[in-house]
Design a protein around this ligand. Structure first.
Ligand SMILES: Nc1ncnc2c1ncn2[C@@H]1O[C@H](COP(=O)(O)OP(=O)(O)OP(=O)(O)O)[C@@H](O)[C@H]1O
Length: 262
């Protein structure tokens, strides 16, 4: 398996989890006492068996988990030291964008409208020239511009699955967020589209911080700088990816990585 080499100097912290616990129902914790610091301009993979709390932890970072009715959250998440639970969700979601498992461009919107959908939904008016600039530069960032520049006013859903997912990454990037969250972004894609998304993420970490939930261990090994292993809601191990894959400290991490469960 190809394993990403660790960076020589660790990047500064951008985001920290401070004793975070989340329960969907009273006393039924999906995330338990998670404390960790996420490094800026790097890719952090969250791994672990089904139901271990990966998606809940990821959604807590832009407060999407609050959409569930009886959810309770204890502890804090800080972005550059500021508690995200004290920010407005609008402000927070401009700083922390999200890409989902299945490509989900807004079906009634064109490619062009999808890229700038966040501005429209937030009632932010842009001049035509500003819109054009954001659409072109963001589509260039996700390596989609050349493929779609003559079809900008066609529906986003007319694109292939891999192109649609790059469009969804573009939609998340249009506000120039600090952090991009991705929940198994390639699990619905073929190997060629998956490789393109992986290359894109490695390229994007120069300007953004990326947190990725993945079931695909080789993907985590290939592209992530840091790996978290979760089990029954707890963060069992968090290391640079090379250490995690070559020298896991906890027997549960080792068991997962060697395919004993998952
Ligand atoms: N909406 C919900 N209501 C109640 N319990 C939930 C809800 N969503 C998740 N859970 C529970 O919380 C725990 C963590 O789920 P979560 O989806 O975060 O795990 P996951 O590691 O992302 O799983 P998977 O890999 O299968 O997507 C599980 O026990 C799950 O059953």
């Amino acid at each position: 398996m190809m394993i990403n080499e660790p960076n020589v100097t660790p990047e500064p912290t951008i985001l920290s989890f401070d004793n975070l616990s989340i329960a969907y129902d009273k006393d039924k914790y999906a995330v338990k006492n998670v404390s960790a610091e996420v490094h800026k301009n790097s890719i952090t993979a969250i791994m672990g068996p089904s139901g271990c709390g990966k998606t809940t932890l990821l959604r807590a970072i832009n407060r999407m988990h609050e959409l569930y009715p009886n959810i309770s959250t204890e502890g804090k998440i800080n972005l550059y030291g500021d508690n995200i639970y004290e920010m407005s969700t609008i402000e927070l979601r401009r700083k922390i964008g999200m890409v989902f498992q299945r490509p989900n461009p807004f079906p009634t919107m064109s490619i062009y409208e999808n890229v700038i959908a966040g501005y429209k939904l937030n009632g932010i008016h842009l001049k035509r020239s500003e819109r054009d600039e954001i659409v072109e530069s963001t589509l260039r960032d996700v390596a989609l511009w050349e493929e779609v520049k003559s079809a900008l006013h066609k529906k986003g859903t007319f694109l292939s699955g891999g192109q649609q997912q790059r469009l969804c990454v573009a939609r998340a990037l249009a506000f120039k967020p600090e952090v991009i969250l991705l929940d198994e972004p390639t699990s619905a894609l073929d190997p060629i589209s998956t490789a393109k998304i992986e290359d894109l993420l490695v390229d994007l970490k120069k300007h953004y911080t990326i947190i990725l939930v993945t079931h695909n261990m080789s993907q985590a090994a290939r592209i992530s700088d840091y790996s978290m292993f979760m089990y029954l809601g707890q963060l069992i191990e968090y290391e640079d990816t090379k250490t995690m894959f070559t020298n896991p400290k906890d027997s549960r991490t080792e068991g997962y990585l060697t395919g004993k469960f998952g």
